[in-house]
Design a protein around this ligand. Sequence first.
Ligand code: SF4
Length: 241
Amino acid sequence: MKKAISVKNDLIETRLADAQEELVGLKGFSDPEFVDIIKELGFRCEFCARCCTKEFNDHVFLLDADLSIIKKIDPDAITPAPYYEFCDQKGRFYVSGYSLKTKPDGSCIFLEKKRCRIYENRPSICRVYPHMLHREADESGKVDWRQISGLNEHGSYHSELEDSERKAIAQETRAYEEAYLRQVIDFLEAVQAHFRKNGLKHVQRTYDRRMREFLKGECELEVFLYSANGFEKYNLKPESD
Ligand code: SF4
């Protein structure tokens, strides 16, 4: 009989506890407070398209619901989301989902002449942005709620928004943040179960070494990507010059 190997994975446990705590906090965040902040900001998009670039927004993370839509539009438009979360002692990486590819100039693969080619089917984050509802630490390390991204760097402010519009933004943003956190929690639980079953653990030194080799073009990366269907294996080739 095979003996179960017990390996402690503190990092996974800490991240799981943080995500679960964030979800509880999100549910407790008062709707009227959020609606008031949306009213006070009165944000309107001015179609500068800056939010569709890497320079402004690092990447467009796809929820499972987005993923099935994008796969139908263009299965080649997706890539493992950057900043893989874990690396086991055998050098295999684990990542919580997909993001959209970008073009060499850093703009989204679907951006053309400052317009979104798939506007009606754009991913959830593109619909709610720049509104958000999650906690982040400030410069002093104090963690508090953040409700908007890139304030004063794009769009216009202090527009009069209809009551129904403010409520719809609040609802959609909250739904996005909740779906995102649930996806992260599912991923962390799946990694935790997989690591426990197979005696694996996250090793930061292996992560750093493999990533260095990959960035120098010396190796491929074996990446396990999580989605509603479980883990899918990817062999990521280094970018050629
Ligand atoms: S999918 Fe459309 S809205 Fe979203 S980042 Fe790409 S171009 Fe912009």
